[in-house]
Design a protein around this ligand. Structure first.
Ligand code: PMV
Length: 323
């Protein structure tokens, strides 16, 4: 079978974090989560099924990929082939306009773009929630990059209903994410391995138990554009996730000394009246979320902190799309 399709998707930054699975193979999350897509960052992926191939081949940013990253993509393509049994092997070409593997959710953009492109190239015509479910099998957070803007990934009762939906479109609230890049080296322990041992932290069960309250607060803060409420609940949730990470076996310390410096600076700026808060995924980089009004001043302040390599900036992004 032959068939080609191209899709584009954005990474997302979680306000309420996903950490740990209740089913690792299906990537069914231990708790629900909420995020915002990032408009300025994107991954574009083309998938071409070809009869002459004896295996899937993958190129990312011009480099042919082998090893664990290829194995993960092949396993994902097997899921697509389960839905479309006539589909053979494919050539997959992916391009990012941002650094990957450094805690800015490159896997979310990668697997949401791949879900759309691979399914369409295989002749499938899926609904948004089915694309979101499929993307989830590649990387949990990828399901949140499928719908538009501010998205919630439902805990769900199982594979069928664990997907993300849009709470409000990108146009709803012009928040800005200023991403302070502290390191551009590839992280040693990725999130997939981290999720598996999340329950070895004594704090994980308490984080999961209290997540629904934070989800409700966060959803309401977004709907009401209540920045203070969003800042408080998001920072608390982020610190809880990193407390779990640091107390897992083996412990995961994603923060660098500069990470904590930026967090503390952001707290001072907020006390002085600037609308900003910090959130961090599985890496050392700090996402400073701010209102559009506060963003220029926050950026000026961030630039003064020595050691930050680069500051990326993005507003809320739209849904993943076939080109
Ligand atoms: O989708 P994964 O397996 O890369 O997990 C992402 C986990 C965090 O980025 C740390 C949190 C989140 O909800 O995005």
């Amino acid at each position: 079978m032959t068939g080609t399709a191209t899709a584009i998707a954005h990474p997302n930054i979680a306000f309420i974090k996903y950490w740990g699975n209740r089913d690792d193979a299906l990537r069914l999350p231990a708790n629900g989560s909420i995020s915002m897509n990032l408009a300025e960052l994107h991954t574009q992926t083309s998938v071409s099924f070809r009869d002459d191939l004896r295996s899937d081949i993958l190129t990312i940013d011009g480099k042919e990929i082998s090893g664990a990253a290829l194995a993960r993509v092949k396993a994902f393509m097997d899921q697509v082939r389960r839905l479309a049994p006539d589909a053979g092997y494919a050539e997959i070409v992916s391009k990012n306009n941002f650094p990957i593997g450094v805690g800015i959710a490159s896997s979310a953009a990668a697997f949401s773009a791949l879900a759309l492109a691979a399914a369409r190239a295989a002749g499938l015509n899926l609904k948004e929630k089915e694309y979101s479910r499929l993307a989830r099998l590649g990387s949990g957070s990828a399901c949140r990059s499928v719908p538009d803007g501010f998205c919630e990934w439902n805990y769900g009762s199982g594979d069928e209903d664990s997907f993300a939906v849009s709470i409000s479109p990108a146009s709803h609230w012009g928040l800005i994410d200023l991403i302070a890049l502290i390191s551009d080296t590839h992280k040693k322990v990725g999130s997939s391995a981290g999720h598996v041992s999340a329950l070895t932290s004594p704090f994980q069960s308490e984080r999961i138990r209290t997540a629904p309250e934070r989800i409700a607060k966060c959803r309401q803060a977004i709907l009401e554009k209540d920045f203070k409420a969003l800042a408080e609940v998001s920072e608390q949730d982020m610190i809880m996730m990193h407390s779990v990470m640091m107390t897992q076996d083996p412990p995961l310390f994603y923060w660098e000394p500069l990470t904590i410096r930026v967090i503390k600076a952001v707290h001072e700026w907020r006390e002085e009246g600037l609308d900003c808060f910090a959130t961090i995924d599985a890496g050392p980089n700090v996402h400073v979320i701010c209102t559009a009004e506060a963003a220029p001043t926050v950026r000026e302040q961030l630039v003064k902190i020595k050691g930050i390599r680069e500051i990326l900036s993005s507003g809320p992004g739209g849904k993943a799309e076939l080109l």
